[in-house]
Design a binder for this molecule. Structure first.
Ligand SMILES: [Zn+2]
Length: 338
């Protein structure tokens, strides 16, 4: 274990700097917000690193269920989602990149040889997991926290015809590239769906059980909920501690373990029927970038991405996913009564 100095340039990858020693675990009077345990917990002070404001936020990890959560969300949370630059509401840029990514996406419905090669090199886990659970192109799919709807628009280009997205950062209701987009919350969306997706959105939502209850209530018979989220049970959190990029303070309110996700799912009338992982080399490069004191929008980010996006880190990520130690999980939920 090495002592950690914030902003230290000497920090090497794979040094463990999570809290350790007698102060790591302590009992707090505050019960865990997910499992209700009053048992041991530890605190992690994480800084805002996406834009580099460097404000510090206290997270609590319950050592009973494993969840890591933001202790006190800031009252002015909107400040951390700037409308002109927050990535989920920015469009895709570059015609060549767009063409290559469309070829890649087609590989998930088996239509492009070139795409299959691109998919191996630059996988799109969002599309792969959605296509895997959708029951054909007429499947009614709702994407909760869809941002500008890029995933759904990619699905529309693959021939999917019943696509609806909702995001609080959108305004009004529009039909865009074959996709119905709504500004607001899941409760505002009418209709029933064969698949309700949360692609890295659930961790941003304060009412974890309430939003999953809403998702369950919108399922057609034999429908599923797909949840893709960062998970606190991973090597990257062990290695990088408070610099693990998926903490994304203060935007990420809950970083679940398998156990804590099952607790909120069950409370919402859902059960987990499968867990897998789909982490990428970003778990290394972005976390090392943050450990070295840079932000995601800094000029250094590109070089870090290049340094860690090698075959070694892609294979390491794939191996961690197989071992259940990658930093993102993919969970299929079904109604408890189904
Ligand atoms: Zn707990």
């Amino acid at each position: 274990m090495s002592a950690f100095i914030p902003g230290s340039k000497d920090l090497k990858p794979f040094e463990i700097h999570t809290p350790s020693g007698p102060h790591a675990s302590r009992s707090t009077s505050e019960a865990c917000r997910i499992c209700g345990s009053n048992g041991a917990s530890r605190t992690v002070e994480a800084r805002e690193h996406m834009y580099g404001t460097s404000e510090s936020f206290r997270y609590v990890q319950c050592l009973g269920c494993g969840v890591l959560y933001l202790a006190s969300p800031p009252a002015d949370m909107a400040r951390f989602y700037p409308a002109d630059s927050y990535y989920s509401v920015r469009g895709m840029r570059g015609a060549l990149r767009r063409w290559a990514m469309e070829a890649r996406d087609k590989s998930y419905v088996g239509e492009s040889l070139l795409g299959r090669l691109l998919a191996k090199r630059f996988p799109n886990s969002a599309i792969a997991s959605t296509v895997a659970l959708a029951k054909g192109r007429k499947s009614r799919i709702l994407d909760v926290g869809c941002g500008s709807g890029d995933l759904l628009k990619s699905m529309a280009r693959l021939g999917y015809v019943n696509l609806v997205g909702v995001d609080p950062l959108l305004q009004g209701s529009t039909l865009s590239d074959g996709v119905q987009l709504h500004g607001g919350e899941i409760a505002d969306v009418p209709g029933q769906f064969d698949l309700v997706c949360f692609h890295h959105s659930l961790e941003h939502i304060a009412d974890q059980v309430g939003v999953l209850q809403q998702a369950a209530s919108k399922l057609a018979p034999d429908g599923s909920v797909l949840v893709r989220v960062p998970t606190s049970e991973c090597l990257a959190f062990t290695l990088f501690g408070e610099h693990w990029f998926q903490i994304d303070a203060p935007r990420h309110l809950y970083l679940h373990s398998q156990k804590s996700l099952e607790i909120v799912a069950n409370a919402a009338g859902l059960e987990a029927v499968s867990f897998s992982r789909d982490s990428q080399p970003m778990q290394f490069w972005a976390s090392q970038l943050y450990a070295d004191g840079h932000s995601l929008v800094s000029p250094q980010a590109k070089a870090y991405a290049a340094r860690y996006s090698t075959r070694f880190y892609r294979r390491l990520s794939a191996w961690l996913n197989e071992q259940g130690q990658g930093d993102q999980m993919v969970v299929r939920l079904r109604p408890l009564w189904a």
